[in-house]
Design a protein around this ligand. Structure first.
Ligand code: G6P
Length: 610
């Protein structure tokens, strides 16, 4: 949510900033801007996509080897040129970009107005700029120290970066709640909200923690704590490479990421899954398995698509390991004063590892002295660092705002965890072996589903103008129905609802008519006959049915207008296959409707504000 970049070194900053912003555009894309220092400070900002700012800059280049940039997802104030970042001090000497929310900005603004400061924008960020000015005016402190002092008066979250024309060899950044990474080059440094803008130039990075401020000069950098103590920081090596964050010939990141799922899942299982004892090895959780196995209750916490993966996880862990599981929206969990007991374990799931609500859930559990484990994709992310132990997805960077490969990789990790816990719970080796073999076969079966993408594209053509969709599934495919509906909503703006198939008769059946497509997941599992009865009920009311199934040709082809056939697998693993046509359906419908698939309106990939 909002992306920040920064550069200090010997190269021209403008291109690095613009390229970096484009790579962060999935974090927010309603306006953008840059500030570059070259003797004096120059700022350029534009409402709309980064391409508009880039066009503007190509007409009149900003020269300078120090700069910051920002791509915005509006919180306070409409997306327009004035509210876009950077925001500049009254004397025009320094500029600041900000990701996060200053919660006490109204009180600060009133205080600063009464002291004679004026404001051009409606943003909370400009208030922080004026506050820093005020501290400098009152105390005569240097910019770095004034920033620290101003931040001590701020409630809320921030990742900020500043440059000043008074010191062309200094880039300042600080964080609390919003991620920031410093890329360490040779005589040059790169700042980013995540690794995407940095990886092209260096793999060496320093992760800033909450409450830390860094002063970067061409000769080196110094990190300080809130109370001004100099800290030693470890330099980490990035795992990503450049190719992974580029489209690689695909029209959209989302399609690339859908197609990457066979490889992503192989990576999520590599070195972890065996057809012999120990069957599953999750290195990151090695010392915690016993604790999880003996938990009275496992609470899975997440947001969005990761929450849907958690719901599948509930089915898997309860079925195989027989441990009670509860699934919580992180945003509810954090404010509910949740009752946690000694025997509980909390497991959070987050692709980005930066979602503010999920991070708050981690901290709430820790506050109550409950162990917290994490399943994250982004290596070195805040959640990955703050949880007691965890597992990485190794799915590679996910850039499309609608999550696809992260979902299937999360389910793959949860399936492995459930099997590990089941082994501890005495599941018979033969059964374990059979499930492991099936799990290992999933990437190949996903590849088969993907080969059939054109069938889904045809169905998308038929339904591109629909205004409402209903998605129905049972058991572990109920969360897939939710996920299918979410994908469609997110990128095509069609209203869609997911329901457990049997709940249809308690409400959604009233909506059914010949204009509303109903997508059924009807795998030949323990509830197949019941789902077929639900299909009959829809057809009897003139509903139009699209069905995803592993059943042979026959009954369903007579009943349903559109049948998407997928391979058979173990009942509990079928979400890994059934979700694929639903991802494709939403993708093709969105493309046919001319929607911006990778950057749907109002959404952001990484939600670092509440
Ligand atoms: C946003 C994204 C979703 C994602 C959710 C949770 O809403 O648009 O795709 O599922 O955040 O993100 P996380 O990174 O915690 O999995």
């Amino acid at each position: 949510m909002c992306g920040i970049v920064g550069y200090i070194g010997d190269r021209e900053a403008q291109d690095i900033l613009i390229k970096g912003l484009s790579r962060l555009e999935y974090r927010g894309y309603d306006s953008s801007g840059v500030a570059v220092v070259n003797g004096h400070l120059e700022v350029r900002k534009k409402e709309g996509k980064i391409a508009r700012l880039s066009d503007d800059l190509s007409n009149k280049t900003l020269e300078g080897k120090l700069g910051i940039g920002h791509t915005r997802w509006a919180t306070h104030g409409a997306p327009n040129d004035t509210n876009a970042h950077p925001h500049v001090s009254t004397d025009g000497s320094f500029a600041l970009v900000h990701n996060g929310i200053i919660e006490n900005y109204t009180a600060l603004r009133d205080m600063l107005s009464s002291r004679g400061y004026s404001f051009q924008s409606q943003t909370d960020t400009e208030v922080l700029v004026r506050l820093i000015e005020d501290v400098i005016k009152e105390t005569g402190l240097s910019l770095g120290k004034a920033v620290r002092q101003a931040l001590s008066q701020v409630q809320g979250t921030y990742g900020i970066a500043l440059v000043t024309e008074k010191d062309p060899d200094m880039l300042i950044a600080a964080r609390k709640g919003s991620p920031l990474i410093l890329g360490v080059g040779d005589g040059e440094y790169f700042l980013g909200s995540d690794a995407a803008p940095i990886v092209e130039y260096t793999r060496k990075v320093v992760y800033l923690n909450d409450g830390e401020l860094v002063i970067v000069r061409r000769k080196g950098f110094k990190v300080f704590s809130v109370d001004d103590v100099k800290l030693d920081k470890t330099i980490h090596e990035l795992e990503w490479d450049l190719e992974q964050i580029e489209k690689g010939g695909y029209e959209h990141f989302m399609l690339k990421e859908i197609m990457e799922q066979p490889t992503a899942l192989e990576n999520a299982m590599r070195g972890r899954l065996y057809e012999e004892d120990p069957f599953v090895q999750l290195g990151g959780l090695m010392d915690s398995i016993h604790r999880l196995r003996n938990a009275d209750r496992i609470i899975l916490c997440a947001c969005g698509t990761s929450w849907h993966a958690a719901l599948v996880g509930e089915y898997l862990i309860e079925a195989w390991a027989r441990i009670p599981v509860e699934v919580e929206y992180a945003s509810e969990f954090r404010y509910r004063n949740p009752i946690l007991r000694e025997g509980d374990a909390v497991l959070v799931i987050s692709q980005s590892g930066e979602t503010a609500d999920t991070l708050a859930a981690v901290r709430e559990a820790q506050r109550q002295s409950i162990p917290v484990y994490g399943i994250c994709n982004t290596v070195g992310s805040t959640i990955a660092r703050e949880t007691d132990a965890g597992v990485y997805l190794h799915a590679g960077p996910e850039i499309g705002v609608a999550s696809t490969k992260a979902f299937t990789a999360q389910v793959t990790i949860l399936a492995q965890l459930a099997l590990k816990l089941a082994k501890e719970h005495q599941m018979a080796d033969d059964e374990l072996r059979q499930i492991v073999t099936e799990l290992k076969a999933i990437p190949g079966k996903i590849a088969e589903v993907l080969e059939n993408a054109s069938c889904v594209e045809q169905i998308a053509k038929t339904f591109r103008y629909a205004s409402n969709f209903l998605y129905l599934g049972r058991g572990a495919n109920f969360p897939v129905a939710l996920e299918g509906a979410l994908k469609l909503k997110e990128i095509s703006y069609i209203h869609a609802e997911g329901y457990p198939a049997a709940e249809m008769k308690h409400g959604p059946i009233a909506l059914i008519d010949r204009f509303m497509p109903v997508v059924f997941i009807a795998m030949q599992d323990s509830t197949y006959e019941k789902v077929v009865s639900n299909i009959e009920e829809v057809v009897a009311r003139d509903g139009v049915v699209i069905v995803v199934t592993d059943a042979e040709e026959g009954q369903l082809d007579e009943l349903c207008e559109h049948v998407i056939r997928i391979p058979k697998t173990h009942e509990m693993l079928s979400p890994l296959l059934t979700v694929i046509p639903l991802q494709l359906l939403s993708y093709y419908i969105a493309v046919l409707r001319g929607c911006d698939v990778d950057q749907p309106r109002n959404l952001a990939k990484s939600v670092t504000v509440e």
